[in-house]
Each structure stands twice: as structure tokens, then as C-alpha cells.
Write a protein that binds this ligand. Structure first.
Ligand code: SAM
Length: 291
């Protein structure tokens, strides 16, 4: 197996395949030999659990995942990596790379197709330019995952693990906590990557609730409300929601007061239970089944 944390090997591979690292695609590859085995350890509950990896790079994490799980499916956008991976993953029969933009993948269909009935966890060193959209894509889909263990920028990790209702929370924070619990596992300094990014990173794990807090249909509605509310987080909830959901201020005010909220409350101040109740109250106030 090629040692992909060895700088000499990385340089040789890049040169042989005429590969240049794309900043735009967030290509900062892991070169600390301890980090990938640790992500695999935290992220894979059992060998029978399949793994969806997002972004292979040269395959440094993919290799480690393939030693711990029976089936790895990796989605990678950059087709220039094809000849590199043909070399670096040649020893593994349990890895399949799919050349696609993860944002364009219908996750429910894809996971059913690729993994059949197997349980699945997501493990990845996410491209930073698109961390929140990828997490939102995972959390919005109705797929049942064992866990989501991902490397993100340190500030993003703090935001993702913050409490809903706190100033650092955002739409993805709320989405995380509507689907499960989030914990920061360990920090990873910037010099663990090549090329080194300008910021440090951290690995977080999101563990979905065994029993969802509400049915999928209601969750989709709450997430719609959350996205509208956080899009204009410094405004009052009334203004943010009436603009984001195309509702009248009166309709939003009626729903807010049904949840015991003042008309001056900002969306970011609402906690999880209030978000759930508010979504129901908005459906009632607007007379619409779906928002
Ligand atoms: N897993 C490797 C590692 O840890 O060294 C690479 C991680 S690198 C931070 C992110 C990877 O995601 C890159 O290989 C990049 O090409 C890929 N990528 C970027 N945008 C993507 C997208 N929309 N869909 C799938 N892969 C993407």
C-alpha cells in the first residue's frame, strides 16, 4: 500500500500524473499519519457498516476506511484524480469511486443503489468551500445514517456544536440538532495538510437520534423555516420569516404569539422546541398544510 502521508510519495505522484492542487476545490490533503486512522476509528461503528466518503483526494483517508469497513463508496468531483486513484487504491477491492458532484447526488436513491440494505456512515475530510451546503444536503435528505464524522474548519466545528439559540448558531447548527447530537472529537493543526490551509481544523461527529424527533415531513418544514429565519438572522423573526417564506407579517406574528414569543424576538434566539412549535403554528396561521 502506498504511504500517502509521505511527502516524497505525494510529490512523486503529483509529478507523474501532472496533478496540481486546486484551491477552488478545497484540495488540502491530509499528511499526518495519525489523523486518518483516528477518523476511521471514530466514524465506523463496525466492519459491516458501509462508508460514504466525500472527496477522496489521493485516497489517504479512503485507504484507512477500507481497512475498517467492508464497503466504501467515495464520491469525488475532480476527474483529474482518476489515474492517481487507480494507482493508490489498486490494492483494495472494497472501494468504488463515483465521479460526481456530491451536491448533485440524490442521496436517498444513491445510498439505496450503492449499499442495498447495509447500514451506512459518512466519513470525510470535507472541502471547506462547501462544508455547510454538504452538511445541509446530508441533513435534509431522508436517509438514515449511522453517523457523520467529518473534518471541518475549527470555527465551523464550534458553530456546528453550538447550542441553538446561542449567537454562534446558524441554520446548519439547527439542522444538526434537529437530526441528532454533535460533538467535537479532536483538533487538527493546519500543518497536518498539504498544501497547508490558513486555518486549523477539527473533526466532529454527528450521531442521528435513534428515534427522530418528528416525522420526516414535519422536519422538512422546520428546515425550511430555519433556512428562511437564519438567512436574515439579525432581523426580527417577524421580518425574516415573512420575507423568507412570503407570508404576511400578521400571519407570522400570530404564529409567534401562539408560541409565547414577543414580536421583537430575533430568529437566532429561538430554541429547538420553539422552532418545532413555531413551524406547526405557521402552518395553522397560514391555513396551509405545507409551508
Ligand atoms: N480525503 C482527502 C484527504 O483527506 O486528503 C481529500 C480531502 S480534500 C479537503 C477535499 C476533496 O473533495 C478534494 O479531493 C476535492 O476534489 C473534493 N471535492 C471538492 N468539491 C467536491 C464536490 N462538490 N463533490 C465531491 N467532491 C468534491
Amino acid at each position: 500500500m502506498l504511504e500517502l502521508t509521505d511527502m516524497q510519495i505525494i510529490r512523486t505522484l503529483a509529478k507523474r500524473h501532472d496533478f496540481s492542487f486546486s484551491k477552488g476545490l478545497g484540495q488540502n490533503f491530509l499528511i499526518d499519519p495519525e489523523v486518518c486512522p483516528e477518523i476511521a476509528e471514530y466514524g465506523i461503528p463496525s466492519p459491516e457498516c458501509g462508508v460514504l466518503e466525500i472527496g477522496t483526494g489521493f485516497g489517504v483517508l479512503t485507504q484507512q476506511l477500507a481497512m475498517k469497513s467492508e464497503q466504501i463508496v467515495a464520491v469525488e468531483l475532480d476527474r483529474r484524480l482518476k489515474p492517481v486513484l487507480a494507482e493508490t487504491l489498486a490494492d483494495f477491492k472494497n472501494i468504488r469511486v463515483v465521479w460526481q458532484d456530491i451536491m448533485k447526488v440524490d442521496l436517498q436513491e444513491f445510498i439505496a443503489e450503492q449499499f442495498n440494505q447495509r447500514e451506512v456512515a459518512v466519513c470525510a475530510n470535507l472541502p471547506y468551500y462547501i462544508t455547510s451546503p454538504i452538511l445541509m444536503h446530508l441533513l435534509e435528505s431522508d436517509v438514515k445514517l449511522k453517523g457523520i464524522t467529518v473534518m471541518v474548519q475549527k470555527e465551523a466545528a464550534e458553530r456546528l456544536c453550538a447550542d441553538i439559540g446561542s449567537r454562534s448558531a446558524g441554520a446548519v447548527t439547527a439542522a444538526v440538532q434537529l437530526r441528532g447530537t454533535a460533538e467535537q472529537l479532536f483538533e487538527v493543526p493546519r500543518d497536518s495538510f498539504y498544501p497547508a490551509p490558513k486555518v486549523d481544523s477539527a473533526v466532529i461527529r454527528i450521531t442521528p437520534y435513534e428515534t427522530p424527533i418528528c416525522p420526516a415531513e414535519q422536519l422538512a418544514k422546520v428546515l425550511k423555516v430555519v433556512k428562511a429565519g437564519f438567512a436574515q438572522r439579525r432581523k426580527t423573526a417577524v421580518n425574516a420569516l415573512s420575507a423568507g417564506l412570503s407570508l404576511s407579517k400578521e400571519q407570522v406574528m400570530t404564529a409567534l404569539s401562539a408560541c409565547g414569543q414577543k414580536e421583537t424576538v430575533r430568529f437566532e434566539q429561538l430554541d429547538r422546541e420553539t422552532l418545532l412549535r413555531l413551524t406547526d403554528a405557521l402552518s395553522v396561521a397560514t391555513g396551509k398544510e405545507s409551508l
